[in-house]
Design a protein around this ligand. Sequence first.
Ligand code: GLY
Ligand code: MN
Ligand code: MN
Length: 350
Amino acid sequence: MNIDTLLENCDAVLITSPHNLQYFSGFAGGEGFCLLSSSSKTIFVDSRYTVEAESECIGFEVIEFGGGNLFELITEQLNKISAKVICYEDLYLTVATFNRMKEKLDGMSFLPLGDKADVIRSVKTDAEIALLREAERIGYMAFEQVLPMIRLGMTENDLAAELEYQMRKLGASGNAFDTIAISGKKTAMPHGRPDGKRLEYGDFVTMDFGCLYKGYCSDMTRTVVMGEASPKQIEVYNTVLAAQLEGLKAIKAGIVAKDADYAARRIIEEAGYGSCFGHSLGHGVGMLIHEQPNLSPRSETVLVPNMIVTCEPGIYIPGFGGVRIEDMVVVKENGCENLTYSTKELIICG
Ligand code: GLY
Ligand code: MN
Ligand code: MN
């Protein structure tokens, strides 16, 4: 990773968000303060995390704080390296912590880091790709386990629980986000929440789920039908599938993100459902479930090899239901590698 980019225009960077702490220091405990400069790497943690930080933060000085002395210790360190300008994580630091820091680190100038760390993290290393590949494998293996369990009368909550249970059994440490397992008319809500509703004959069932594996997220969506699909359900499903396949064809190094979005969106618009696809084609995935790049109709980001992004078009029709199909892929020079192996043929369950 290139910390020189972080240090442009400042003497030191203070990292405080859990994902950037792990990315830039290796510390996975979530709560800490990492100070990076061209000559020093320091992490400040409280006594709950000292042993963990000492084993995870290779090449770092670990300083334990407690009893309200955190900013004194940070000041000592800043004075040692003669720092005058500090970059802070404006995207993640609370206003309260920022105000306290400004008051305590008297005499320093503060610059917002903006999205520099996020841009660095958007291009994955080989080691990160291996972890994301395994995270996604856990997701689609869990889906394969759960598919035969999907029955008429089962509740959405039960379905969500099964997906989460199987991901845990397969090695996940948690969920990447709240599992979406919704049915019937609720599938018209892209991010609807599961509840006690039972799966009924003729329902679309949308499952959008992902796990956390060694700090990395997975993300996939499949939509199935209970019992029998109506002609309109088949038409909507096939339109989303055609759009998803066009999106996958478009995703490659050198394409502008908004053009990848349009490759898929065009299919949905031409089928007359343009107003039913409100969200972006996809997003980067890494330590966060939503990270850069954003594959939106406005994104000018040029895709580069080793970005990991989703391709997830959808059609959502209030009062009828909706379909989303989502894969996670690695951007390559001449195309993309799909990490999500589950079939996308319309599956009839129950
Ligand atoms: N589950 C969130 C997403 O697919 O973006
Ligand atoms: Mn997604
Ligand atoms: Mn998703």
